[in-house]
Design a protein around this ligand. Structure first.
Ligand SMILES: Nc1ncnc2c1ncn2[C@@H]1O[C@H](COP(=O)(O)OP(=O)(O)O)[C@@H](O)[C@H]1O
Ligand SMILES: Cc1ncsc1CCOP(=O)(O)O
Ligand SMILES: [Mg+2]
Length: 265
């Protein structure tokens, strides 16, 4: 086990993005009510295809047809659980990778119990902020609603434990993102504070993580690539003169689009 985090090369990110845009993954998103349109727009900006299918019967039909599945518990209700379970079961039976975003896991019993249950369902990836990853790893830590109260570097050990236990690639995000398979560790720095002032950047990043899991290759590197692209787009959006969250959100979509401008259809 290496203690020093690795970094992705720019060349790897560029090549992976080209493959991604050629593949144009169809992503089945079962996500929260706050971030639906933003998540879809983020995926579209990268040339992926989002589809928000939430009925239990339809979700079980659709997840095997998709290239990836996202489960985000941000506005979980009791009624939505059977549909998510059905989508995951059907995805697994069809070898479609699924990704968990455990929004605000911790104090709230419904989502906390459900997320813990899902750890046994072989997620391909888990993406959360530091408080969420600490909680999922079984550490007594709480966030503040959907926001983290912890720095990401304090959750590296927890992320590794969670990855080893679940088999998932775990991305714990924050000022620096850390991505691990339980042994290897990649650090992704950069981004911009404005990423935390627009709702849904974490959720949309989880959708990107899900989508990148549709590619073949080293999944640790693929998940880190998703994090790197969001960080880079955040930097470029801020540098483009965005005066605050409103213009930043628009600039972020444009910057994601421009990451792979040369291969856009
Ligand atoms: N202090 C920060 N500086 C720069 N980027 C950040 C900072 N905090 C979070 N980010 C970025 O914001 C995005 C969302 O991450 P995060 O805020 O951790 O998730 P969530 O919205 O689920 O709490 C990620 O791309 C992450 O790298
Ligand atoms: C505000 C809010 N409340 C329930 S889900 C949600 C969105 C959280 O988005 P993110 O985790 O990307 O900040
Ligand atoms: Mg979140």
């Amino acid at each position: 086990m290496t203690n020093q985090p690795q970094h992705l090369s720019g060349a790897f990110v560029a090549t992976t993005l080209t493959h991604f845009q050629q593949r144009a993954p169809l992503v089945h998103c079962m996500t929260n009510d706050v971030v639906q349109a933003f998540t879809a727009n983020v995926l579209l900006a990268l040339n992926a295809s989002p589809a928000m299918v939430i009925d239990t019967e339809e979700a079980a039909i659709f997840s095997p047809l998709a290239d990836a599945l996202l489960i985000n518990v941000g506005t979980l209700t009791r009624d939505r659980i059977p549909a998510m379970r059905a989508a995951i079961a059907a995805a697994r039976a069809a070898n479609v990778p699924w990704t968990l975003d455990p929004v605000a896991v911790g104090t709230l019993p419904l989502r906390t119990g459900f997320c813990r249950e899902l750890l046994d369902q072989q997620p391909a990836a888990i993406r959360g902020n530091a408080s969420e990853i600490l909680v999922l790893a079984g550490i007594d830590a709480q966030g503040r609603g959907v926001d983290s109260l912890h720095h990401s570097h304090l959750a590296i050990t927890a992320a590794k434990q969670l990855a080893s236990r679940s088999g998932a690639i775990v991305a714990v995000t924050g000022e620096t993102d850390y991505v691990t398979d339980g042994e290897r560790l990649i650090a992704v720095s950069g981004g911009d504070l404005l990423l935390t002032r627009v709702v849904g950047t974490g959720c949309a990043l989880s959708a990107m993580v899900a989508a990148f899991c549709a590619l073949s290759g080293d999944r640790l590197m693929l998940v880190a690539t998703a994090c790197q692209l969001m960080a880079r787009a955040g930097e470029q959006a801020a540098a483009s003169g965005a005066g605050g969250p409103g213009s930043f959100q628009q600039a972020l979509l444009d910057a994601l689009w421009q990451q792979g401008a040369e291969v856009q259809p």
